[in-house]
Design a protein around this ligand. Structure first.
Ligand code: HEM
Length: 400
């Protein structure tokens, strides 16, 4: 281990992953960072970065050296200027995390998730029937957003006004990055809807039998710290809506660009389940987030400075040629998921089976009633610091 001069062998780069051009077209810079070395230092942000699959896994697995308690964003929350409320599950380490995660896993159990299938299918069928009457649609605004915003809050068992939920999510994912113009703009939007948000959060009505209620019951039974249930519910809403919309939007984009795959799936549904995983591998919804180094942290034989942020480039790792053959190819025949788009280690996504179920139900309903799906214009991604999500997906549909 090189402890004498920790930065000696670490390439120091001027690159800016949060420049708008790199957010909208991230792959060139991701390749540059991945090929510069197993560990790089981004001077602009005073942070390390890892962009290869192996090192991303090392960081995410090793919470003792790479903690999340100082915030999963670029800002170190110990600085009073950066204070914000932390996520009650994603921004804590073991042993606290282990306990809360176990309670949540019992609530969002595989059996519970399976019980939503009928409702998810029913909503998807309704949407597909309405779409079969149309030809030209925006796949984001008319397919993916309405679907996720209907089925997911219903599964959580909460009634919440949906109109501004997307703006809340966009701001959440901007705030993981630097305080740049994108952040400030979405902060201004948040300020303008603050009253709605407070009222929506206060006024959430829990539907009896939904799993929102189970979270409150776990708190009442003393399995969760007092006051945590409502914060956990909001975390699920913040982390589960925009990410799923992003993954499904990219999935539709890829299917529209690959008519041969659409035809294959119309005849044989066995690989429908792989579509979402391949979409989130290629365009990972949560592109990047951070950990903070503890004393003793090391990567690739290099001792890292403690109390330093390390950027984990999920999106870059998912196209690492050291891990994937033909990494840029959309290929639903890959053997199993194996990507890190849902994270890795103790914090890996709690809701991934929910997202997969939404994808399976929506895609099957569309495959049932739509014969062809084509792009009729350029898909446009939305500039958000850490979320890769489509703003516009102009599609032409031909019903059966
Ligand atoms: C395609 C959709 C989704 C993607 C790509 C995604 C991605 C991720 C990633 C990368 C993490 C790890 C964060 C970290 O290590 O700091 C994570 C954690 C988490 N996700 Fe998701 N997610 C998705 C959908 C969902 C859904 C639908 C829910 C809710 C049901 C959800 C709830 C959570 C929670 C609660 C955590 C924190 C887990 C923990 O800290 O133990 N996610 N997700």
């Amino acid at each position: 281990v090189n402890t004498e001069s920790p930065l000696l062998s670490v390439p120091e780069l001027d690159a800016d992953p949060f420049a708008v051009e790199n957010i909208l077209a991230p792959h060139a810079l991701q390749t540059e960072l991945r090929e510069a070395g197993p560990l790089v230092f981004l001077k602009r942000y005073g942070a390390y970065a890892v962009a290869r699959d192996a090192e991303v896994r090392t960081v995410l697995q090793n919470w003792q050296s790479f903690t999340t308690v100082y915030g999963a964003g670029l800002a170190d929350v110990r600085d009073p200027a950066n204070w914000r409320e932390l996520s009650p599950i994603a921004e804590i380490d073991p042993p606290n995390h282990t306990q809360i995660r176990a309670v949540m896993q019992r609530i969002i159990s595989p059996a519970r998730i399976r019980s939503w299938r009928q409702d998810f299918e029913e909503q998807a069928r309704r949407l597909a029937a309405a779409l079969a009457q149309k030809t030209d649609v925006n796949g984001v605004k008319e397919i993916v957003e309405p679907y996720v915003l209907t089925v997911f809050p219903a599964a959580l068992g909460i009634e919440i006004g949906k109109e501004n939920l997307i703006a809340v999510g966009n701001h959440n994912f901007n705030s993981i990055g630097p305080r740049n113009e994108l952040f400030l703009k979405s902060q201004a939007v948040m300020d303008s809807i603050a009253e709605w948000y407070q009222a929506a959060v206060r006024g959430q009505t829990l539907i009896p039998g939904g799993f929102g209620q189970d979270i409150f019951a776990a708190e009442a039974a003393g399995h969760l710290p007092p006051g945590e249930a409502s914060r956990l519910l909001m975390t699920l809403l913040r982390g589960g809506v925009d990410t799923t919309i992003s993954g499904l939007g990219t999935a539709l984009r890829l299917l529209a660009q690959h008519p041969e795959v659409w035809r294959e799936l119309r005849n044989d549904r066995s690989r429908v389940k792989m579509v979402l995983d391949e979409a989130v591998r290629l365009e990972s919804p949560l592109q990047t987030y951070y950990r903070t180094t503890r004393p003793g942290a090391e990567i690739a034989g290099v001792a890292l400075k403690p109390d330093t942020k390390i950027q984990v480039l999920i999106g870059a790792a998912n196209r690492d040629p050291r891990r994937w053959s033909n990494p840029d190819r959309f290929d639903i025949a890959r053997p199993g998921p194996g990507h890190v788009a849902f994270g890795f280690g103790n914090h890996s996504c709690l809701g991934q089976m929910v997202a997969r179920l939404e994808a399976e139900c929506l895609l099957n309903a569309l495959l049932d009633s739509i014969r062809t799906l084509e792009l009729r214009g350029q898909p446009i991604y939305r500039p958000i610091n850490t979320l890769r999500t489509l703003d516009s997906l102009p599609l032409r549909l031909m019903a059966n």
